[in-house]
Design a binder for this molecule. Structure first.
Ligand code: ACO
Length: 332
């Protein structure tokens, strides 16, 4: 008989972060001037008051999401102190893939010079990073992977209708990445994902490729007020569910890093969780809404600036088209 050896618990832990913003920074004034040339009226005052956004970054034409993803991934690998050869899983969250197929994750894999490991995209719009992190955590805990690259990368500017002032002022481009590694201690404490497809129509890009043509409307459409109302409610629910799953209290959270869509949604969520607003990480002011990239971008900026530190407890929360939402509670 072989002696019984107790199983070592297996968790996942973030060991490195990285990000990438395209160099072209577009202020509200720049955008307002551009829209004015099209006969569309907006202003820095309106955008700041309704959204908290002051500027966003736009990738140059021809720069695909994978280019941003690769730079963010390289920074995350450097921070983790490992090379691409140590990665055995790649997940890219994106709604702006380079191609219809293959996945952006496969393109990133090739650009990083990695072969053989599984690589796939997750499509959950602005909840994409929280979805991807949850999948990677589950695969690591199941023993299917040991060190994953989890990336959110978007060129959302490509989906914007610059004749629609209610949406084109909200979004930007960028990428963020983490290296998630198997660990004997957590790491990720609890995850919680949801979707409700009844709300497909309130936030969508309802076009598709058919017979070599784009069929339907290939630009973003949104009912902003419907999104706003749903977002605050579901973000509070998801936060309470991960706290309950992990046996933690609101007061245990050091930093709230929600999807960076609108400062009013973010502050509303913090208030519902009775968290002081100085525990809220805000990058929407400088990045706009970068969809699946917004959470890992905000995490990387906050960590590199020294605000967020190793050992802190973080609540990450995503919400977006689908309607999708979810949360990850973790010790960094
Ligand atoms: N500049 C100036 N005026 C504007 C602009 C603009 N860019 N956009 C709209 N307006 C006008 C409207 O035409 C309207 O004018 P009217 O009263 O004469 O009709 C007025 O401003 C108010 O418009 P509302 O739509 O009521 O403005 P609201 O306060 O709801 O703010 C906003 C709009 C910012 C879009 C808000 O609804 C919101 O943030 N919603 C959530 C959006 C969001 O977070 N989306 C991302 C979700 S995540 C994802 O998956 C992508």
């Amino acid at each position: 008989m072989t002696p019984h050896t107790p199983a070592i618990p297996r968790y996942s832990r973030i060991v490195g972060t990285g990000s990438m913003l395209p160099p072209r920074r577009v202020t509200n004034a720049d955008l307002a001037a551009d829209l004015a040339r099209r006969g569309i009226d907006t202003s820095d005052e309106w955008i700041v008051a309704r959204t908290g956004i002051h500027a966003r970054h736009f990738a140059e034409p021809g720069v695909p999401a994978s280019d941003l993803a690769v730079v963010a991934a390289r920074h995350a690998l450097e921070a983790a102190g490992c090379g691409p050869e140590g990665i055995d899983l790649i997940i890219v969250a994106t709604s702006t893939p380079d191609m219809v197929f293959p996945s952006t994750a496969c393109i990133v894999q090739a650009k990083l010079g990695i072969q053989g490991c599984p690589a796939f995209d997750v499509q959950a719009v602005c909840s994409g990073f929280v979805y991807a992190l949850t999948v990677a955590d589950a695969m690591i805990r199941a023993g299917s992977a040991s060190r994953a690259l989890v990336i959110g990368a978007e060129v959302f500017s490509r989906l914007l209708d610059f004749n629609d002032r209610t949406t084109c002022v909200l979004f930007g481009d960028g990428a963020g990445a983490v290296v998630l590694e198997a660990s004997e201690c957590p790491g990720l404490l609890a995850t919680d994902l949801h979707a409700d497809g009844r709300h497909v129509g309130i936030l969508c890009v309802p076009g598709h490729v058919s017979g070599g043509q784009v069929s339907g409307h290939p630009l973003l459409q949104m009912d902003g007020q419907a999104v706003f109302k749903l977002a605050v409610g579901v973000l509070e629910q998801a936060a309470r569910r991960v706290l309950a799953k992990a046996g933690r209290e609101e007061s245990d959270i050091d930093w709230l890093i929600p999807h960076q869509a609108n400062i009013r949604i973010m502050q509303g969520t913090a208030r519902k969780l009775r968290m002081p607003l100085d525990k809220l990480i805000v990058t929407v002011d400088e990045h706009g809404n970068t969809s699946a990239a917004s959470i890992p971008l905000a995490l990387d900026v906050a960590l590199r600036s020294g605000r967020v530190q190793r050992g802190d407890t973080l609540l990450l929360e995503g919400v977006g088209g689908g309607f999708t939402w979810g949360a990850v509670l973790l010790d960094l």
